[in-house]
Design a protein around this ligand. Sequence first.
Ligand code: GLV
Ligand code: MN
Ligand code: MN
Length: 411
Amino acid sequence: MKAPGLNIKELAQQVAERLEELALVSDEPGWLVRTFLSPASARANALVGGWMREAGLTVREDDFGNLTGTRQGPPGARKLVIGSHLDTVVDAGKFDGPAGVLLGIAAAAACPDLPFTLEVVGFSDEEGVRFQSTYLGSRAYVGKISPEELALRDAAGISVGELTAARRAAGFPEAGADLENLMGYLEIHIEQGPVLEEAGLALGVVPGIAGQTRILAGFTGQAGHAGTTPMPLRRDALAAAARLVLEAESQAQLHPPLLATVGKMEVLPGAGNVIPGQVVFTLDVRSPDNTAREAALEHLEQFGAAEAAARRLAWHWQVKQSNPAVPCDAGLSARLTEAVAAGQPVVPRIFSGAGHDAAVLAGVGPAAMLFVRCRAGLSHHPDEYASPEDLAAALEAVVRFVLSLAASPYV
Ligand code: GLV
Ligand code: MN
Ligand code: MN
């Protein structure tokens, strides 16, 4: 099925140009970083909100910073949600998240007459940079924010609850979508890996999303003089943290496809001639297998405790966020696969090791994900790139998918 009279190529070219423009909206000069409810996120929402309006969508920004563009169907109509996130990592690429939102807007522009409600969403916090807590935006959208999440504090000591209450006081409506008639959720995202490029194919369909746990951990010992404190008498927090980092790496090497990453570490007081008295670091553990992920976490928590005991340190271990592995909906994914198959000879199924808002939406209805080839499989890096041709292939498949749901709704 082909969308009549639509110039998919032009819309995809517009998406490519808009991605460049959006990438200039950053909280810091010189690189791209947009975190949950930051000034740049507000500017990004204003820009993307304008593009949503141009596509004929009614725009709403909620207290959690989620941006929705809705085209209401007839009374009682079912709802298709297309979304991804507008926040980024630090020194981010231009495509991770925004590509899915802008392609969703393009799909809305390409499909003006639908018998159902179409909602395009830019979620506000998938990366979790500010609060170490991924999916705050989509969890608020589906009404599942917990008291623990509201109590999370950022580096400046401000809590999620305080921030969102201030936004409600400033007039932003409370997050929470009407999902009673949800037909499904589609997320379009760059693959962030090399499989499609290796296969020479533009698109793939995602059967499921890996579980992930984010930990904030640390050791506290005793700072002291690097020249006068004999080695056996030291309580060096960084030496313990170094062993924990290597143990995390070896756990992951021993139990593939488990992945473990320490991505951020703070060493205090942080001087070349002072024994490190305190170390705080993040730990990110992922697997498609929930049991394997939980076993690795238990092992690493015990390893840290043993290391702390041997070195007379205090050991801190705080679970900031834990999300189990999530399958995508088989039926909706089959519909998406048919739409992709009309444009390429085979449709790879690629399990996602990265987190996506689809993992949250899958908890409230059928969710499907489309992966788009990205150059060298690179992501979370400024060189992240997907070609306008591949964006056009994605848009073409999404338009086919949307029109197929219009012709015969998914039940
Ligand atoms: C998000 O991109 C994540 O998987 O960390
Ligand atoms: Mn990401
Ligand atoms: Mn992403």
